[in-house]
Design a protein around this ligand. Structure first.
Ligand SMILES: [Fe+2]
Length: 259
């Protein structure tokens, strides 16, 4: 599997508080079947409290520690970019990082409300040649209140990243139901862990969610969402045609419990 959204680096945002915890998270991910993980600390935390060079330095340290610990997990650089009026400029001047230096950029919309500049900024980002990957829409009030907004964004060529814990119910019923609904509609392009800790609801474990998707939609669809699609993003796929999801009828819709 490939994980395009993680807060695994220590003491740079609200992720782990120690390098030991980061290492533990990497070990868990590797043992769970993750091949590569992109570090996506919050843009605001990096630029306001640290710097891009500091982030890059931390990644070098982290990789070196993983080597020492013999944890064979590939690490890439990225950022979770909050949507702001400055985002297009920040992408242009390199203070907002894309996913693994590709044109795909992870963008987080607000958890509550809908600032009136959202659509214009997303349009400007696309106009500049980037492909927005919308972070965990199922957990945001905007999509919970008006689910059809996501259809519009996807029609405009944006991709979506859902949190693996949402489908298991770790982020509440609303996020779980919305994930099921969007899965049926083929509006989910990739799952990711959004891991913050080695324990609790935001661990790096992806396989439990993969099993659930596989149980309802089959192994091919599950592998597309947890492996092929995120890998294509990480590798900077030149076009987005391959991300269009044609979903089969789910085998069962009522059984979404993990246990
Ligand atoms: Fe995140």
């Amino acid at each position: 599997m490939y994980d395009i959204h993680s807060h695994i680096l220590p003491n740079i945002d609200d992720g782990p508080h120690s390098m030991d915890d980061s290492v533990e998270m990497a070990r868990m991910a590797k043992n769970d079947g993750t091949i590569k993980m992109i570090c996506t600390p919050h843009h605001k935390d990096v630029t306001e409290n640290h710097s891009i060079p500091k982030l890059k330095e931390l990644i070098v340290k982290f990789k070196s520690r993983l080597k020492t610990e013999k944890i064979d997990l590939e690490i890439g650089t990225g950022m979770e970019n909050h949507i702001t009026l400055e985002l297009p400029q920040n992408l242009a001047d390199g203070t907002s990082l894309t996913l693994n230096q590709t044109k795909y950029t992870l963008i987080e919309l607000p958890f509550f409300g809908k600032p009136n500049f959202i659509e214009q900024v997303l349009f400007d980002v696309q106009l500049a040649g980037y492909i927005p990957v919308l972070a965990h829409p199922e957990r945001l009030e905007l999509f919970q209140d008006t689910p059809t907004i996501l259809n519009k964004f996807v029609e405009r060529g944006m991709l979506t990243q859902f949190t693996s814990g949402s489908i298991i119910g770790l982020f509440g019923k609303k996020a779980q139901n919305l994930t099921q609904k969007y899965l049926k509609q083929g509006l989910i392009h990739t799952f990711a862990s959004d891991t913050h800790r080695p324990t609790g609801p935001r661990t790096p474990i992806l396989s439990s969610a993969l099993k659930l998707v596989s149980r309802s939609y089959g192994t091919d669809i599950a592998l597309k969402l947890f492996s092929e699609n995120p890998k294509s993003i990480i590798e900077g796929a030149p076009n987005t045609g391959q991300f269009i999801m044609k979903m089969p009828k789910p085998k069962r819709t009522s059984y979404w419990k993990f246990w």
